[in-house]
Design a protein around this ligand. Structure first.
Ligand SMILES: *Cc1c(COP(=O)(O)O)cnc(C)c1O
Length: 377
């Protein structure tokens, strides 16, 4: 093993159970497994989430949905982002619910339904204030009317109506989010007046699932939290939230050497040794998703101590100055994980680099093999 992302599927399963227990009023869980399961692996994460009680799965793109179906996972699933000209037919034929933002997208779903010879399942998206995808209040009544017409002609069934919060780190008490919830309720009244009876109405992301019971409607839609990470430090640590981080990113010391004082280390000599010391080479770089901004900043656990990256993070490797410590080739290097062995967390990396933990896990590259433990089936 050179490097690996160890994924604890038992943690994903248990995190989904925890989130399901937090969902109020009988709301079900749609586990979000987009972006390769936030870097943890699409199909294994989806299976673990279903084992933990996720009744639904959510993905961004059609090919993500089709990969889940190809693995034999048949739970209801929403794919929420398509572009004009994409072939919707395979997804419609596979019973994937399509997020529909506009009249044009509704028409595309109807065409795909005719091509597939089935009724397309669609979920209308209301833009309640994020100003990203979805129909805003001005366009919403027309979209609902058209969808009712499409239901009447048998081409589609409206299975859901949904929206998304702008303040992904906030709960219902954030003023923008609470306005969005009110706009969503108004959108739901329009849905009802149009004669639509969707099975599921949903708006709650991880933060709202954890902190805002009034937003749970029929379904909660957590992503980050199923992987055991907290959507925002203010909401709590994973431990405080009853979540367990599922990913440990590990590597191995590939090479060591003794160098004199004044040795410039890595590209541009951004680090220069202050005395005679030992250097250890770690075979992970920015092509693997280690941010280049972690140059002289990122921290790892090696040989029982936290160590800061010495100088520039390269494409495939970075260097550590381990002083006189007895560090050898083959020793394990932990970049982040749940913290059991003193390693930093994904949140620590995010804090140091001025980003969010979402980006730290999802950017992990395809050269890093994911290995799985804790699967029950
Ligand atoms: C990514 C995403 C989610 C999950 O958000 P988290 O903050 O990770 O819980 C839910 N819904 C939509 C539409 C998304 O794009």
């Amino acid at each position: 093993m050179r490097s690996e992302a160890r994924v604890d599927l038992g943690a994903i399963r248990d995190n989904v159970r925890t989130l399901a227990a937090r969902a109020t009023g009988g709301a079900a869980v749609m586990a979000v497994v987009k972006a390769d399961g936030y870097g943890h692996g699409l199909v294994p994460s989806a299976r673990a989430a279903v084992q933990g009680g996720a009744a639904w799965l959510g993905v961004a793109f059609l090919e993500e949905a089709l990969a889940v179906r190809a693995a034999g996972i048949e739970v209801p699933m929403l794919a929420w982002l398509t572009a004009p000209g994409e072939d919707l037919t395979p997804a419609v034929a596979a019973g994937v619910d399509l997020g529909v933002y506009s009249l044009a997208e509704l028409a595309a779903a109807q065409s795909a339904a005719r091509a597939a010879g089935v009724t397309a399942r669609v979920q209308l998206k209301a833009d309640t204030g994020l100003s990203r995808g979805g129909a805003g209040p001005a366009d919403w009544p027309d979209l609902c009317e058209a969808a009712a017409g499409a239901e009447a002609d048998g081409s589609v069934t409206v299975t859901g109506v949904w929206s998304h919060y702008a303040f992904a780190d906030g709960g219902a008490d954030h003023p923008v989010n609470s306005r969005q919830t009110a706009v969503f309720r108004e959108a739901l009244e329009v849905v009802q007046r149009a004669g639509l009876h969707p099975e599921v109405r949903h708006i709650a992301n991880s933060a709202a699932t954890l902190t805002a019971p009034g937003t749970h409607f029929d379904l909660v839609r957590p992503g980050l939290a199923i992987y055991g990470l907290s959507p925002a430090p203010e909401i709590g640590t994973p431990d405080e939230l009853g979540l367990r981080p599922a990913m440990t990113l590990a590597s191995t010391v590939a090479h060591t050497k003794r160098v004199p004082a004044g040795s410039g280390v890595s590209y541009f000599h951004r680090y220069v040794t202050g005395r005679e010391t030992s250097l250890a080479l770690v075979p992970l770089g920015y092509a693997d998703g280690i941010p280049r901004n972690a140059t002289s900043t990122g921290q790892v656990q090696l040989g029982g101590a936290r160590r800061t990256i010495a100088g520039t993070v390269c494409m495939d490797q970075f260097v550590l100055d381990v002083g006189d410590d007895d560090v050898r080739t083959g020793d394990e290097v932990l970049l982040f994980g749940p913290g059991d062995n003193g390693e930093p967390s994904a949140q620590d990396w995010a804090d140091l680099l001025g980003t969010i933990n979402y980006e730290i896990v999802t950017r992990l590259g395809s050269r890093v093999p994911r290995t799985y433990a804790g699967a029950t089936a």
